[in-house]
Design a protein around this ligand. Structure first.
Ligand SMILES: [Zn+2]
Ligand SMILES: [Zn+2]
Length: 247
C-alpha cells in the first residue's frame, strides 16, 4: 500500500533504540528494548510518586517527606528510569526534534500516562516551560514536543502559554535538594490565571531527580487557583546517573 511504503521511508522498520529489525505495528521500539526499559513501579509514594525502599500494600502509603511536608501538588508519577536506551533517546530528542526522535519518547510518555492516570480527568496538559534564553541555539523545548503527542492521543488540551519560566536558573544536576529549591524559588509564573483557575491540570516534564522543578511549577499553578495539580515525569534520574548533557 502507498501509505505503508511512505511511512516505512519515514520510519524504517528497525528499532529506534537498538537498530534491529522491528515489525511491531504502531511501535518504533522492538519488544526486546521495550522489555529492557525499567518502569517505575510499586512500591512508590502515593503522593509524590518517588520509589520507596520498603513495600507495604496499604493504599495510603506515603513517603516520610510527604507525611511531614505535603508537596504543592495532588499527585505525581514517574514513567521509567532514566538509564540506557531511555537516556540516549531523551538526549537525542533534546537536540533534534525529528519525528524519528520524537516517536519513541512520546510512546513511553503516553503509556506511562495511561498506566498512572487512566482514571483521572484533566482540562489541560501543561509542559514545563524553559526560559527563553535556554532555547537559543535549539529553538524548541522537547517537553512541548512530547506533550503535543500526549495531547493528540488523549484529547486533553495542550496549554503551552499560561505557565512561563520567568527567571533563568542554573542547571539542577549536581545541586543538593536544598540548593535546588533555592535555585528555583519563584522561577515560574502563571501569566493568565483566569485560564487556570478551577481547572484540573497535568504538568509534564521529561526528566527529574527529586521533582523540585515540577513542584515549583505546581506551586505557581496552585497559586493561580488550579483545582487539581498532577505531574507526569517521563523519566526518573537516580542520583548516580548524571545527565549526558543537562539543559
Ligand atoms: Zn530494540
Ligand atoms: Zn512522597
Amino acid at each position: 500500500m502507498v501509505i505503508d511504503s511512505v511511512s516505512s521511508v519515514i520510519f524504517p522498520e528497525v528499532c529506534y533504540f537498538c537498530g534491529a529489525g522491528n515489525h511491531v505495528k504502531g511501535s518504533v521500539i522492538c519488544p526486546e528494548c521495550r522489555d529492557s526499559v525499567r518502569l517505575v513501579s510499586q512500591p512508590f509514594c502515593n503522593l509524590c510518586g518517588l520509589p520507596l525502599a520498603t513495600f507495604d500494600d496499604r493504599s495510603s502509603l506515603l513517603c516520610g517527606r510527604c507525611l511531614t511536608n505535603p508537596p504543592p501538588f495532588d499527585k505525581a508519577r514517574y514513567g521509567v528510569y532514566y538509564e540506557q536506551s531511555v537516556r540516549t533517546g531523551v538526549t537525542r530528542l533534546k537536540f533534534h526534534a525529528s519525528l524519528f526522535n520524537v516517536r519513541p519518547i512520546s510512546e513511553l510518555l503516553i503509556s506511562a500516562f495511561y498506566r498512572h492516570y487512566s482514571d483521572d480527568k484533566f482540562d489541560a496538559i501543561i509542559p514545563v516551560p524553559v526560559h527563553r534564553k535556554r532555547l537559543v541555539g535549539r529553538g524548541f523545548n522537547q517537553v512541548i514536543t512530547i506533550s503535543k503527542r500526549l495531547s493528540r492521543e488523549t484529547g486533553i488540551v495542550l496549554d503551552r502559554t499560561s505557565l512561563v519560566k520567568s527567571r533563568d536558573t542554573e542547571p539542577q544536576v549536581g545541586l543538593s535538594r536544598a540548593r535546588r529549591l533555592v535555585n528555583l524559588k519563584n522561577a515560574f509564573q502563571v501569566c493568565r490565571p483566569a485560564r487556570i483557575a478551577n481547572k484540573r491540570v497535568l504538568i509534564v516534564d521529561d526528566v527529574s531527580t527529586t521533582g523540585a522543578t515540577v513542584s515549583e511549577a505546581a506551586k505557581a499553578l496552585r497559586k493561580a487557583g488550579a483545582a487539581y495539580v498532577a505531574i507526569m515525569v517521563l523519566a526518573l534520574r537516580t542520583r548516580n546517573q548524571p545527565a549526558l548533557l543537562d539543559i
